[in-house]
Ligand binder design. Sequence first.
Ligand SMILES: CC(C)(COP(=O)(O)OP(=O)(O)OC[C@H]1O[C@@H](n2cnc3c(N)ncnc32)[C@H](O)[C@@H]1OP(=O)(O)O)[C@@H](O)C(=O)NCCC(=O)NCCSC(=O)/C=C/c1ccc(O)cc1
Length: 389
Amino acid sequence: MGFCVSGTRATIMGIGTAVPTNVLQQSSFSDYYFETTNSNHMVDLKAKFANICEKTMIEKRHLYMSDEFIRSSPSITAYNSPSLNLRQGLADAAIPQLGAEAARHAIADWGRQASNITHLVFCTTVSGCMPGADFELIKLLDLPLSTRRFMLYQAGCHGAGISMRLAKDLAENNHGSRVLVVCSEVITMAFRGPSKSHMGNLVGQAIFDDAAGAIIIGAEPTGNERPLFEMVSASQDIIPGTEEMVVSKLYEDGIVYTLHRDVALHISRNIEGRVKKALERASLLTKDWNEELFWVVHPGGREILDKVESSLVLRKEKMDVSRKVMAQHGNTLSSCVIVVMDEMRKRSRKRGLPTAGEGLEWGLLFSFGPGLTVETILLRALHNQEPNA
Ligand SMILES: CC(C)(COP(=O)(O)OP(=O)(O)OC[C@H]1O[C@@H](n2cnc3c(N)ncnc32)[C@H](O)[C@@H]1OP(=O)(O)O)[C@@H](O)C(=O)NCCC(=O)NCCSC(=O)/C=C/c1ccc(O)cc1
């Protein structure tokens, strides 16, 4: 069983992910973080941080920065110290490298040659340079020099939604195009020591991590292409009155973000409206959101997943894949939702389910970021065979 592709609509033809090799266990992270940032004297704050770490439900996280680098970089481990040069130097190398690794996996999954890629959308929340990470990727993957590039810096955690929406438009309006989307994130720009007057920073230090995700998007698949999902619609909405909820600024001491206590509350209050709008626009008469839909939700934090689940009255298992990704990776900003999509189709295949969306036809992808901004993508899951099987 499986569903047919409907004509000229954009589809997801390959997915790949990559994580750095340095792994930190969340159970000992509060000890590690307070030790390496020389903050063990802040006894109460450390206890509070240990509690936050535990509440995240994260098990492990991947970090591009090595232990040696962290320990030998006091300007990075301070709460605030001029450090932009050092941070940017690391991001210059890390962002394209990690992105290229994910892109190689996506291209292999797609099953065609890299030279068939026509457009590149590269997205990162960190870093800023020209020629940029998109340019470096062309070199690393030996892509055609004529590849039409789009570089999104300071994209935020909804960056995958932005990139996929742009790629959908490109694929549907440029006959024969194949768009490589790469979201690559390392927390190098924002890793910093604790401050008792900045709790939002402390929450972020407990949840944000490194990973890259890549996808190939194209319309009108040829014989050897086996799309996993069709992108039926893609939209973006601002939640009114929430611009102070997640704010991220680039200073001489790197990226400084604030996360408000009510982020999860605002997202969960708004999500039902976004679901209804996406379904109505596609004239889908879906009534039972448990039985009829699969969910690819950005694991922004444990509380976000919990509150989205309860406000949509979803059964716990509907958020299983997002929770697993959060447990194994933390919140890897823009790349996170691609990691969730990858995990979902792998799990669906392993279980012998007929589509990449847990055996179901229709699903919704949500990513959230500063604004607060919600990106909503209505997906239609297609067959779930091994590439080129
Ligand atoms: C797992 C958390 C962190 C804790 O779990 P909990 O169930 O809320 O636990 P508690 O209620 O026991 O909270 C533990 C303590 O932390 C405090 N806390 C808890 N969040 C807070 C708080 N944002 N402020 C300030 N105190 C707090 C909370 O008040 C409490 O303090 P205390 O009672 O004194 O111990 C949970 O709150 C949670 O999932 N929060 C959502 C995290 C969140 O905002 N994620 C970001 C979504 S947006 C995104 O993905 C990325 C955007 C981004 C964009 C640009 C960038 O550069 C980087 C990133």
